[in-house]
Design a protein around this ligand. Structure first.
Ligand code: FAD
Length: 401
């Protein structure tokens, strides 16, 4: 490309901000990333990377580093009934994922993904990630954007992207604060050392335990040395949307009273669990104003019930880079096309995740015969394909710009 590439400022060095930075750097843009945290610390949580996400990470040249750094190529996923532990295959992954979707399905520790993204960015552009820079405000004119940070520093850029997560200050400034509704669901998370849990659980599969009013997701990460646990339960007394709030093992156990001993074996070994309240927000109608646009959770925060939140941020990064390249610096056209391409898909994912609450927590699951019948009906292979194939088939590198 020969056009004068705009100087890009990205707010937020999360998974989305770093993916965009890497993609832009590879396309020859000048990029600075501003992160509020003093240190980029590891959050103890897992991320499932479906083929629409791993395809991007491969494209960015990260496959070897991620596999060496602990990404687990999952053999499959299964559904289990909360109290009896009866099991149904959800889908095969491994070779089957590569054959059907052209890319594998990985399960990874968020810290491992974040570390590899950061290291790739810093390798290409040393000094481009600025920690201790919390964006306080910004203003834009015909010439550019000025970012003002809480530490007193101000900088200028041609274009700015708010990748500052669910509580985005950039989004609030662009389109106003978004009303969040409590779903009535609280999530627990933790990780158990694989060698501490029963041998029959030490398998390379993702499991979705479904029950009346709750569900649990477990899958291996970090080279199968840790079992990631997320337990979601309907209760109305905890409404804090935070990733760093500790609870107690006893309280987590009480929330899954009467669930299968395998669920309890993981909870007991997962150390002090963290908990947060799940809030939902309706999709935005628009997320660009002038020289500023948004990406990732800042513009389409979602419930985690399709495991696509981080992947949407990866897709955004690639599509935004391709739009900027395709319109050769005409940022208005590029941002417009980016929004046009990403809004319908991300809104469908946000709405689809919400629809899964009822599916995963159905009251029928309380009654054994009804539960078996329910799983056999709802998780029929054809229905599963309808729910997931459109997600996994999406190729951000090929979408027509
Ligand atoms: P974040 O990762 O939140 O990053 C935002 C960054 O911006 C942070 O580093 C923050 O410190 C920084 N920041 C914020 N404000 C400022 C400011 N004012 N100035 C400077 N910096 C700022 N997704 C999947 O794809 N698969 C899964 O299996 C999956 N499982 C999930 C399970 C759970 C329980 C949850 C809650 C989410 C899950 N997700 C999953 C979703 C995924 O984690 C998020 O969608 C993803 O992290 C969003 O990335 P992001 O970069 O947009 O935001």
């Amino acid at each position: 490309m020969t056009f004068d590439k705009p100087k890009m400022a990205i707010v937020g060095a999360g998974i989305g901000g770093l993916t965009l930075a890497l993609s832009l750097l590879k396309s020859g843009y000048h990029v600075d990333v501003y992160e509020q945290a003093a240190e980029l610390l590891e959050l103890g949580a897992g991320v499932q990377l479906a083929p629409n996400g791993t395809r991007i990470l491969r494209h960015l040249g990260l496959e070897d580093a991620l596999l060496a750094g602990g990404a687990v190529e999952a053999a499959g996923k299964e559904v289990r009934i909360w109290n009896t532990g009866e099991t149904w295959p959800l889908f095969d992954l491994g070779e089957d994922s590569v054959r059907r979707f052209g890319a594998p399905y990985w399960m990874i520790h968020r810290g491992d993904l974040h570390r590899e993204l950061l290291s790739a960015v810093v390798k290409l552009a040393p000094g481009s990630v600025h920690t201790s820079h919390r964006l306080a405000s910004f203003d834009q004119s015909g010439d550019g954007v000025t970012l003002h940070f809480a530490n007193g520093v101000s900088v200028q850029a041609d274009l700015m992207i708010g990748a500052d997560g669910v509580h985005s200050v950039v989004r609030n400034a662009l389109v106003g604060e978004r009303k969040a509704e409590f779903t009535g669901i609280v999530a627990w998370r933790g990780m158990a050392p694989m060698n501490a849990i029963p041998e029959s659980l030490r398998r390379n599969v993702g499991t979705n335990w479904i029950g009346p009013g709750g569900h649990c997701i477990t899958y291996p990460v970090r080279g199968e040395r840790l079992m990631n646990f997320v337990g979601l339960v309907e209760r109305s007394d905890w409404v804090k949307e935070s990733w760093v709030e500790e609870g107690t093992i006893e309280e987590c156990q009480a929330d899954f009273k009467e669930w299968h001993p395998h669920v309890h074996a993981i909870i007991e070994n997962a150390g002090t669990p963290f908990r947060w309240a799940l809030l939902q927000r309706s999709p935005l109608e628009k997320w660009t104003v002038g020289r500023v646009t948004l990406l990732g959770d800042a513009c389409h925060p979602t419930l985690p019930f399709l495991a696509q939140g981080a992947i949407m941020a990866l897709e955004d990064g690639i599509v935004l880079t391709r739009c900027l390249d395709a319109f050769e610096g005409d940022f208005e056209k590029a941002f417009d096309r980016y929004e046009q391409l990403r809004l319908p898909r991300t809104s469908a994912i946000v709405n689809g995740s919400r629809a899964n609450i009822e599916r995963f927590h159905n009251p029928l699951l309380a009654y054994h015969a009804a539960a078996v019948n329910y799983v056999e009906t709802e998780w029929q292979p054809e229905k599963v394909r309808q729910r997931y194939d459109w997600l996994f088939e999406y190729d951000a590198m090929q979408v027509a710009i």
